[in-house]
Design a protein around this ligand. Sequence first.
Ligand code: HH2
Length: 257
Amino acid sequence: MRSLVVGIVNCTPDSFWAGSRRAAAAEAIALGERLVEEGADWIDVGGESTRPGAPPVDAEEEIRRVVPVVRALAPHVVVSIDTAKAAVARAALDAGATVINDVTGLRDPGMAPLTAEARATVVMHMRGTPRTMRGLTDYDDVVAEVRDRLLERAALARSPEVWIDPGIGFAKTAEQSLLLLRHLDALGATGLPVLVGASRKSFIGHALGLPDPADRLAGSLAAAAAAVQRGARALRVHDVAATRQLVDLLWHIDHAA
Ligand code: HH2
């Protein structure tokens, strides 16, 4: 099966890559439409940055940022709402989103019941909050611990489809993010579909000596290829056109006769 390409629309003034920030709704909608033209299978709309150290955004402000964008895009493409707050997920479902993407793995007690209304839920692994997660990277066996924790959290979701995501860069050192990608097949072995978000993240910068996310496209494509070859069924990316080519060519290679 060809992996899905999930295009990122950040309705924020402070997401970690400047190129992905769209503070005005009209600009965020235009980005989403462009990513659909470039071949995105699904668009992930978020209104709160989760970069290390990011300040929290209250639910009212997050709803103000995402709802007009979800409402405009949802008639044309599958839209997920990237939020940790049940109130925001509620508003996004009402505006047409059909997938919940929760980086905290359904920590808000209101979130699990809401997943029953979504056709799919993405449960991501993280520890702590964006403010505290950099200090929470002690694991005996990061791959096994992430897998086991994801299975526990995924069991709370009520959607017909439940995805798991290792949370690249969330309470992980750069080395741990590389290890999770290297052993991604251990997540796929659970039987749940795996989504990976490695696009332009700092582990690429650490490995290649590229401090500026603007320089990390080729590294992101390498990470995407590694993920697809280890069973990832969806890639959450900023660069849809390039990732679409990558996914499609890998598919052609795998099906060459
Ligand atoms: N990464 C980010 C945000 N949401 N959701 C999932 N499921 N998996 C991820 O890896 C993931 C995610 C961070 O990337 P981005 O949205 O570009 O940055 P920011 O949080 O600064 O807006």
